[in-house]
Design a protein around this ligand. Sequence first.
Ligand SMILES: NC(=O)c1ccc[n+]([C@@H]2O[C@H](COP(=O)([O-])OP(=O)(O)OC[C@H]3O[C@@H](n4cnc5c(N)ncnc54)[C@H](OP(=O)(O)O)[C@@H]3O)[C@@H](O)[C@H]2O)c1
Length: 298
Amino acid sequence: MKAVQFAEYGGPDVLRLVDVEPPHPGPGQIRIAVRAAGVNGIDWKLRTGNMPGRRELPSGTGVDAAGVVDEVGAGVEGVTVGDAVFGSGSATYAEQAVLSHWAKKPTGLSFEEAAGYPIPVETAIRILREAGVEPGQTLLVSGAAGGVGSAVVQIARERGVTVIGTASARNQDYLRELGAVATTYGDGLADRVRALAPDGVDAALDIAGSGVIPELTGLVGDPAKVVSIADFTATEHGARVSFASADHAAAFAEAARLFEKGVFRLPVARTYSLAEAAEAQTASAAGHVAGRMVVVVP
Ligand SMILES: NC(=O)c1ccc[n+]([C@@H]2O[C@H](COP(=O)([O-])OP(=O)(O)OC[C@H]3O[C@@H](n4cnc5c(N)ncnc54)[C@H](OP(=O)(O)O)[C@@H]3O)[C@@H](O)[C@H]2O)c1
């Protein structure tokens, strides 16, 4: 089968489309014929070799995918060959990949869109819980237009939370369509947020990792209600840094439920082929996508 691999750590040019033997699922896992793979920050961060936990090389790339089950590992129940699923595993930029966590794909949800769900929805549900956001409260989301931000905004809105989201000028309308009160990031952020929320904000999520933790803790007042997923200096200001993982399958099932209810979408902004994996990871590293990017497998 065709798969994207890297044999050395480095920039996007180390990615190669190669022929390899298909993987097989271990106990508790499934294998899918991949229809689309989600593109996430973790994909290019692992490829650089700068993340903790070095991998055996050559290594596949990609965590998220959607596709059709074609092999079921020992002890797996509730899913059979032929089922359409989406979930997370490893080496998903490939024609076949093993998933460790999954949910059934709703019929009306495309494989492309479903492939973009796993990491963003697991992360969104986890950080909303860690920030202790309650219905009726106001939440500030810094970096709301990307994968995780788009998921956070919609899930929080569904829970009765008012969301103020930041994005660049060109993504303001996109944020409003998701249900957020939109504002731009950059100089004057704290003043703009105070004008939009005269009674204050109850919690804040730093998605973009753009060095705004002091502003966020100043706006919220309580650093324990500020959570970052991309700024490891957050703890220096009393805020939290959140890492994977929570109950992935439950988060995926929740996203499927919200999609079927008509209140959740993660629009696919750009698609790539397996041969274009380097371009996909380059665009992910640039960090200005509204919604999701996926690698589509024919
Ligand atoms: N710790 C964890 O568990 C965890 C889990 C998932 C992701 N992450 C990390 O979290 C980060 C975000 O992930 P993602 O999938 O949401 O990324 P993404 O889809 O690439 O979105 C990034 C968003 O950040 C916005 N942005 C860029 N510069 C900004 C700034 N200075 N201020 C505010 N927003 C800005 C962009 O909006 P504009 O285009 O409008 O500028 C873009 O929509 C990545 O670094 C990823 O690796 C961590």
